[in-house]
Structures are given as C-alpha cells and as structure tokens.
Design a protein around this ligand. Structure first.
Ligand code: CTP
Ligand code: CA
Length: 227
C-alpha cells in the first residue's frame, strides 16, 4: 500500500555520503586541516538510512559516532577520500558530498619532523582533485548528485556556478553570515538550489532538521526517476 511505500521511500537504494574535513600531511606530526565537524554529513547519512537506503559514509577525521546501520570508511587525506568515493560511486543511486575537502595539499610530505630555522617559512602546495567535479563528469542517469558550497560573499551566484560546473542535481549553500550557522554549532542556515535553479531558503534550524529537508528532496528526485 501507499502507506508502507512512503514510510521507506529509499528502500532498495544505495547512498554514498562524505563528511568531515580532510587532513593533508605536512610531516609526521603536522597537517593542514579545516574546522568541519562532520555533523551535517553524519546527520544526512543517518536520515538516508532511516528513509530505507543502504548507506556508505566516507568520513574524514571527526569525533562523531557512526549512525546506526550505516557502513563507515575512515579516510584522512583528499586523495584517500577520492579513492574510496570512486570505489563506491557506480553502485550508488544517491551521492551527497558534504565533506570539506582540502583544496590544496603539500607538494612534498617530509619524512621527519620539520625543524624551525628561518624566520619566514613557505610550504609549496598543489591543488587536490575536485572529487565532486570528477563524479559530476561521469554521473549516471539513475543518480542524484548533491554538493555543498561554503561562501562568504556573492553567495547565490557562486553556488549556482558550482552547481553548473560540477553537473549537480542540487547544491546546499551554507551561509557563513548568519549567527548560529557554521562549523561547531548544531544549527545551520542553508539554501538549497536545484539544477533548474529553483531555490529554497530554509530558516535557521538544527542540522538534523536540515538533513531531513535535504533527504526529502533527494527522495522525491529518486522517486521521479522511477515514474
Ligand atoms: N569538493 C570536492 N573536492 C575538492 C573540493 C571540494 O569534492 N577537492 C566538493 C565539496 O565537498 C563540496 C563542493 O565541492 O561539496 C564545493 O566545495 P567548496 O569548497 O564550497 O567549493 P570549491 O569548488 O572547492 O571552490 P572554492 O573553495 O574556491 O570556493
Ligand atoms: Ca574549497
């Protein structure tokens, strides 16, 4: 009946979710990282599972507990995340890239702890592979591909640019301008933009509530494919 169908709209679907930061190794005791807590991505993994999906969570370094019945694979660097994500991509019906992937990584990893010496010290960095753009370029017809955007200015325009450039179905814009939104807190203020540029501005609410809204949109998108 319709009732049971609606209770688990993602039953039989596979989801791949990334979360947390990446840590780019400088030497045996140091890395370049960022303030991502992983809370948003873990909440999305949890809700997708609750909607019936089989969920693989690829997580950077976080202090979070794995949501119930979610499979988890831990990674450290952007390169490791790319390798893991590519391994699970073709199987996935839903891919949500909420990790805060480092844009640059040290050209060389020092094998020993770097000693202090000069007054000014420079580390050469190389661009990492854009994981999401790589996935977007080979997106399958069955897939719903969702990315995030963190912007401090020109927010909507920049997010729409990423949506098109990375061939996404939806982009979730994180505003850094609102109080109560961002890294360590449990609340967030996001705007969800679809491929057709239809835009939903959500009010400030908990990351779990935002995850529910995002996952409802994903479930509708998947359902529309089956019709
Ligand atoms: N992303 C990715 N691989 C990278 C960098 C980013 O998959 N090497 C993904 C993020 O997970 C996110 C989306 O791309 O879903 C947008 O990330 P964001 O940092 O906002 O944008 P960038 O494209 O990296 O551009 P910039 O940081 O210069 O704004
Ligand atoms: Ca970036």
């Amino acid at each position: 009946s319709t009732f049971f169908h609606d209770a688990l709209p993602l039953k039989g679907k596979k989801a791949l979710v990334t979360a947390g930061p990446t840590h780019e190794t400088i030497d045996p005791v140091r890395f370049i990282g960022n303030h991502s807590s992983g809370k948003m991505g873990f909440a999305i993994a949890e809700v997708l599972q609750q909607l019936g999906a089989e969920v693989m969570l690829v997580s950077g370094p976080t202090a979070l507990k794995t949501p119930e019945k979610v499979q988890r694979h831990n990674v450290t660097t952007a390169q490791e995340m790319l390798t893991q994500v590519e391994q699970h991509f073709e199987d996935a019906d839903i891919v949500v890239m909420s990790a805060a992937v480092a844009d640059y990584t040290p050209v060389e990893v020092a094998s020993k702890k770097i000693k202090k010496k000069d007054e000014v010290f420079t580390i050469a960095l190389r661009k990492t592979t854009d994981i999401l753009a790589t996935l977007g370029a080979k997106k399958l017809a069955k897939q719903t591909l969702v990315g995030f955007a963190l912007e401090t200015d020109n927010e909507l325009e920049n997010a729409k640019g990423k949506l098109a450039r990375k061939n996404l179905d939806y982009i979730v814009l994180n505003s850094m301008q609102d109080q109560g939104a961002g890294f360590a807190v449990d609340t967030n203020k996001v705007t969800i933009i679809g491929k057709d540029l239809h835009t939903i501005e959500l009010p400030l609410k908990s990351k779990k509530e935002i995850a529910k809204d995002i996952c409802d949109i994903i479930a509708d998108h998947q359902l529309a494919k089956g019709e």
